[in-house]
Design a protein around this ligand. Structure first.
Ligand code: SF4
Length: 474
């Protein structure tokens, strides 16, 4: 039996604080009305929430990250509980003003990895395209709080042109992720234009959108929006839910519409102290997400960003959460826990260690219950048998980013920190043992461009006694 079609526009409204009880349904479910009636001052928030002194101080402080909360999302807040997990995500406290070790303005060095304003090109085959600095509501731990929320920092048409021009002339880019800010608060025509221009680039295989709009403003997912995105497939969407309380009938209806429009949905959440740093809460979150056809994708360690110090957990808490999910629930409900490398190294997956030991022909593994087993490896496995088939797949070069894979594939022998050779030369001048002429003695046989046969040939073409490798410079 097909599931009934649900609509955020026509279904009964479940989520509304008493303060808005007299607002006509038609207005309440209009995303533009929600955007126009966002709450941001002590006076407005004080009408629906019993604010603490700490919250009042933060809301009146100068220079803190912007506050704006849609009436819909504010309705999820427990007005009397300062520990409400929804409240802590969007209402500041004075703990935001406390600096902490390693705090940074741009902790992921995104601006350093931007060839043009708003386009972050960190990984070989994909880019992050920031299209706006505006959001429907603002999260207290936002990684991009250096620009997000500030309308003067937003991107111009000329900057969109420069971003798209870079993508057009960089054929290695097969995946473009639209983010911001939140791309889904852009004027519908502008988002349509950006998606259309990206789809027209032949080497852009997929487009992704990262958005918290379905969570802050589910009424934005209108039939017209779904019809618009349906033109640009394959288009993927990651939403951002941190706590099961955010999964409402309105969000479920919005994700249902998106799924029916053919948009695969994932969820990114951030591990946040006092909000979702619990195995029980994370298990409920991932179970509730898969019920609305959203696959848990990433669980992020909170970044070292200004204002977010009090929301950070240890990394060990994240490992404990994955320990409590993997094996304990369906594999597709387990997100990848990642630390986004401070300084701009990208996402680094972190998980419990399931490999206990190894020897040639044997791997000893443990499962989630602590059951320890042995996998016997084939002794006649030939990793080269596949090479002819592999050669049929066009190569995708990753200039400068071959990484550890290049070590495994024999492209290079080592990866050195910058300045390694100079440090180890200890300022010594060229001398008999270090002459440039014999640099070849440090070239490993069979690695990279040095072909295996060459040194052997050299042995055989010397002075005939086979001991030339101990002789003088050749
Ligand atoms: S929705 Fe995303 S970009 Fe906007 S404030 Fe929250 S984390 Fe930052």
């Amino acid at each position: 039996m097909p599931r009934p079609i649900t609509s955020p526009l026509t279904d009964p409204v479940h989520t509304r604080a008493p303060y808005w009880k007299d607002v006509p349904d038609e207005q309440w479910m209009d995303w533009r009305w929600q955007m126009a009636h966002r709450l941001n001052s002590v006076e407005e928030l004080g009408r629906i929430i019993n604010l603490t002194e700490s919250e009042r101080r933060a809301l009146t402080a100068k220079g803190l990250f912007r506050v704006d909360i849609t009436p819909y999302f504010a309705s999820l807040i427990d007005p009397d509980d300062p520990h409400c997990p929804v409240r802590k995500q969007v209402i500041p406290t004075d703990r935001e003003m406390v600096p902490f070790e390693s705090m940074m303005e741009d902790s992921l060095a995104e601006d350093k990895h931007s060839p043009v304003p708003g386009l972050v090109h960190r990984y070989p085959d994909r880019v992050l395209m920031l299209v706006t600095t505006q959001c429907a509501s603002y999260c207290r731990y936002c990684t991009r709080s250096r620009i997000v929320g500030d309308p003067t920092q937003t991107f111009s048409r000329a900057e969109f042109d420069a971003q798209i021009d870079y993508i057009e002339r960089t054929p290695q880019i097969r995946d473009v992720l639209l983010s911001g800010g939140d791309p889904m608060v852009l004027a519908p025509k502008l988002l349509d234009m950006i998606l259309g221009r990206l789809r027209a680039i032949p080497h852009v295989e997929i487009i992704r959108i990262g958005s918290r709009v379905p969570v802050f403003l589910p009424m934005r997912i209108t039939p017209e929006f779904c019809d618009m995105v349906d033109k640009y497939h394959p288009l993927w969407l990651n939403i951002h839910v941190n706590h099961p309380k955010e999964i409402t009938p309105e969000l479920a209806a919005a994700t249902d519409r998106l799924s029916r429009a053919g948009v695969p949905l994932g969820n990114q959440s951030v591990l946040l102290a006092g909000i979702n740093d619990s195995v029980a809460i994370q298990r409920k979150l991932v179970h509730d997400l898969v019920k609305i056809r959203v696959r848990p994708y990433y669980l992020y360690q909170c970044d070292l960003v200004e204002g977010a110090g009090h929301l950070r957990t240890t990394v060990s808490k994240g490992i404990e959460i994955i320990e409590g999910l993997r094996g304990h629930t369906s594999g597709y409900a387990v997100p990848t826990y990642v630390v986004d490398a401070p300084g701009g190294g990208g996402k680094i997956p972190v998980m419990p260690n399931y490999v206990i030991s190894q020897a040639p022909g044997k791997v000893v593994l443990r499962n989630f219950e602590g059951f320890i087993t042995t996998y016997s490896e084939p002794l006649d496995y030939d990793p080269y048998e596949i090479k002819a088939q592999e050669a049929l797949i066009p190569a995708r070069p990753e200039p400068g980013q071959e990484g550890v894979l290049a070590l495994l594939e024999g492209e290079r022998m080592s990866i050195e920190p910058s300045g390694f050779s100079e440090t180890h030369a200890r300022g010594g001048a060229e001398h008999r043992l270090r002459s440039g002429d014999i640099a070849q003695k440090w070239q490993p046989l069979g690695v990279g461009s040095i072909e295996v046969h060459k040194p052997r040939e050299r042995l055989n073409t010397g002075k005939g006694n086979g001991h030339e490798e101990h002789g003088s410079e050749e």
